[in-house]
Design a protein around this ligand. Structure first.
Ligand SMILES: Cc1cc2nc3c(=O)[nH]c(=O)nc-3n(C[C@H](O)[C@H](O)[C@H](O)COP(=O)(O)O)c2cc1C
Length: 318
């Protein structure tokens, strides 16, 4: 079976610039989901917030915008405006983000202990708009019973799909995902399930796809940062010379970020990415630390590109 591979939303990383550059250099990804954007009250829309999902900047692949909030009427108003302005018909609601400021404001994963609030958002959007609505969730914030109750309540609504990242909010990104609970959740819901979490290699994808044959769509997040060829490898595409392809992507990314983010913003973005690229590009920890202390973009680009030129990945073999 040819899987559907979607790039997971990674706030602060998978901006439109990153998505478009990734798409110019690597294959295998079928769809993007934007990092979360806040829903806004009617009359207080700030178009600047929507730049990341403006259709003129998102022509490479289908994009599903993701929204975060907790007021049902704000979801209806925001989705309606996004449809009118940009033509989107599919939207995703984030009830999985575990970051403490988000949870404290009963947004993201902070909604999971409040299944009635999740249901109100879904009921309101599905009854008042014609849009295809999906949710991206964890197993719960503190316990899987929260997730079970969310699933029970959502079973009778017309949802597009559910993305499940099989960790609790309390787990953050640590430990192994709870695959037994994922299995149980898949059996409980009548909705299509998209899997998200810790697919870091083709072998891990194969193990999980054998264990969960009902799952057709797989999200790749940090796995695509740790190895940008992962989607091609999973789809058995010819990978070729990894080093030169990675360097071309990296240079293109830096050049594309610069006009939008300026030197400091570009440097900050690239430094964050290097926490992932360092192991793939086989950069020793001392060199990485030295690199992360550099405060000049040009100097940083020179050092990081030179380090990539050292023995790298699997030396270009598939
Ligand atoms: C830095 C970072 C930012 C993230 N931002 C979002 C986000 O905006 N929306 C969302 O639904 N999930 C977000 N996630 C969760 C990922 O989409 C994904 O579900 C999670 O990282 C597990 O998948 P992975 O192991 O393939 O990365 C984020 C994760 C990380 C590490």
């Amino acid at each position: 079976m040819n899987p559907q591979l979607w790039l997971a939303p990674l706030h602060g990383i998978t901006s439109r610039t990153f998505r478009n550059t990734l798409c110019r250099h690597f294959g295998g990804i079928d769809c993007f989901m934007s990092p979360f954007l806040p829903v806004q009250p009617a009359g207080r829309f700030r178009p600047k917030v929507w730049q990341d999902i403006a259709p003129e900047h998102n022509t490479a692949l289908p994009l599903i915008p993701q929204l975060m909030g907790n007021q049902p009427d704000q979801f209806v108003d925001t989705l309606t405006v996004l449809h009118e302005q940009f033509g989107y018909e599919r939207f995703n609601v984030n009830i999985g983000c575990p970051s403490s400021p988000v949870v404290r404001h009963t947004r993201g994963c902070g909604l999971m202990p409040h299944p009635e609030a999740v249901e109100r958002i879904v009921a309101e959007v599905t009854s008042k708009t014609p849009f295809r609505l999906s949710l991206k969730m964890r197993l719960g914030l503190h316990s899987a019973e929260e997730g079970r109750e969310v699933l029970r309540r959502l079973n009778d609504y017309p949802l597009d799909f559910l993305v499940i990242h099989p960790r609790l909010g309390d787990d953050l990104y640590e430990g192994t995902p709870h695959w037994d609970l994922f299995e149980e959740f898949c059996g409980m819901t009548r909705h299509k399930v998209v899997y998200s979490g810790d697919v870091f290699s083709k072998a891990e994808y194969q193990t999980l796809s054998e264990r969960f044959p009902r799952v057709e769509t797989w999200m790749l997040g940090r796995g695509m940062l740790l190895n940008p060829f992962l989607s091609e490898e999973i789809k058995n595409q010819e990978v070729g010379d990894k080093k030169s392809r990675f360097l071309a992507f990296y240079q293109d990314l830096a050049e594309s970020l610069l006009p939008l983010r300026g030197e400091n913003g570009t440097l900050a973005n690239l430094k964050e990415l290097w926490h992932y690229y360092a192991s793939f590009a086989q950069v020793p920890p001392d060199d990485l630390q030295k690199m992360l202390r550099i405060n000049n973009l040009q100097e940083f680009l020179t050092m990081s590109s030179n380090l990539v030129s050292l023995p790298f990945g699997n030396n270009g073999e598939n």
